[in-house]
Ligand binder design. Structure first.
Ligand SMILES: [Zn+2]
Length: 140
């Protein structure tokens, strides 16, 4: 089951539940998705806020150029600066957001491999990033 944040052309926000990404595309293609407020069919999917697991630290790739590495680090720095640090409550918080028990937002923290597997089984997407320890705290 996938839950998508949708919006119509008049910026009415609502949630749609679909069995899969393909199911969503098919319904959208057939014009079966309708805004519950204005009944518009001009529906688009909003990007969902990323949930980042920072504990899956792997050795950084050594075959990337310094330039790419610098861009990746810069991107990570931005993600880290714009997400809320929930630390070891990561899995719990990702689950609460998924089930609408907590506000939708970008979070970061640490989760064990088994916690990540459990989240994935529940259809909760988690992005794992090998983030250098120095970047886990945003620079002031
Ligand atoms: Zn609408």
């Amino acid at each position: 089951m996938k839950v998508y944040n949708l919006s119509c052309e008049h910026d009415h926000r609502f949630e749609g539940w679909f069995s899969s990404e393909g199911d969503f595309s098919a319904q959208l293609g057939k014009g079966l998705i309708q805004c519950p407020v204005c009944e518009s069919h001009g529906i688009r999917k909003l990007p969902s806020a990323p949930r980042l697991n920072l504990s899956a630290s792997q050795a950084p790739q050594t075959d990337v150029s310094t330039q790419i590495q610098a861009e990746v680090i810069e991107m990570m720095r931005k993600i880290v600066a714009n997400s809320e640090d929930v630390g070891e409550r990561f899995a719990e918080e990702a689950r609460r957001i998924h089930y609408n028990e907590a506000p939708e937002r970008a979070i970061r923290g640490t989760a064990s491999k088994s916690e990540c597997t459990a989240l994935a089984e529940e259809g909760i997407e988690v992005m794992s990033l090998p983030v250098p320890a120095a970047l886990k705290q945003p620079l002031q």
